[in-house]
Write a protein that binds this ligand. Structure first.
Ligand code: AP5
Ligand code: MG
Ligand code: ZN
Length: 221
């Protein structure tokens, strides 16, 4: 029996918890976690031309141009492990990206099933950004206060080294929030008008946000 592929989008401002929650949701959904920011960081780690080009934009807190971003994500979605769909995190982030995704899925007779919009107030976002630490090996996300690892600087999951992202300074985070308000926030209306949007209160402990997301998925998928 074949199942219609399922596409779920996790939306929300920088540091709202998209990556943290995607890790917790992907198993239950049986969908791979496709995060545009992680794909750019992976390309940068491997010094690919795409990664090197993206770096300047990321360090300034700006969006990478649509053409590059759309090609990268659609290429990822065409891989075999996405045959049943994907849990998208950080993409789409502009109207052009949303339209390109709609078109690419429509060409195959598919569409987006659900958009989960995780909302968190600005002050809380800044403290989440500046305290974040990531695993160099597996990408797992920690926070020095809100989600500390068992051993300082070491990943609980794989023992990898924890590091701070270059764009996780207070100044760059402020710029990323501005960019979010100007370019990504309009997508909330775009998906609301399509009847796909579920709003989630992201200003709660991590487990409570996971529970709210799971409930929205159960009700809407
Ligand atoms: P990207 O990597 O997507 O960054 P972002 O959107 O700024 O989002 P973050 O990854 O910062 O936050 P998150 O929501 O995943 O939060 P997390 O779970 O880690 O993009 C980076 C850059 O790449 C962009 O600036 C741009 O240049 C480029 N880019 C990416 N996609 C693009 C696109 N589509 N188009 C163009 N350019 C693109 O959590 C954050 C912290 O808070 C962690 O420390 C975590 O432990 C903690 N935390 C999480 N939840 C909670 C909670 N409930 N309570 C307390 N702490 C919590
Ligand atoms: Mg993330
Ligand atoms: Zn790890």
């Amino acid at each position: 029996m074949t199942r219609h592929p399922t596409y779920v989008i996790l939306m929300g401002p920088p540091a709202s918890g998209k990556g943290t929650q995607a890790d917790r949701l992907q198993e239950g959904l049986a969908l791979p976690h496709v995060a545009s920011g992680d794909l750019f960081r992976y390309n940068l780690k491997n010094q690919t031309p795409l990664g090197l080009e993206a770096k300047g934009y990321m360090d300034r807190g700006e969006l990478v141009p649509d053409g590059l971003t759309i090609a990268m994500v659609l290429d990822r979605l065409a891989r075999p492990d996405c045959a049943n769909g994907a849990l998208l995190d950080g993409f789409p982030r502009t109207l052009a990206q949303a339209e390109a995704l709609d078109q690419a899925l429509a060409d195959q007779g598919y569409g987006i099933n659900l958009v989960l919009d995780v909302q968190v107030p600005r002050d809380e976002l800044i403290s989440r950004v500046t305290g974040r630490r990531l695993c160099r090996a597996c990408g797992a996300s920690y926070h020095i206060k809100f989600a500390p690892p068992a051993v300082d600087g070491v990943c609980d999951k794989c023992g990898g080294e924890l590091y701070q992202r270059d764009d996780d300074t207070e100044a760059t985070a402020g710029k990323r929030l501005e960019v979010y308000d100007a370019q990504t926030k309009p997508l909330i209306e775009y998906y609301r008008n399509k009847g796909l949007l579920a709003g989630i209160d992201g200003n709660q402990p991590i487990d409570a946000v996971t529970a709210a997301l799971k409930e929205a998925i159960e009700q809407n998928l």
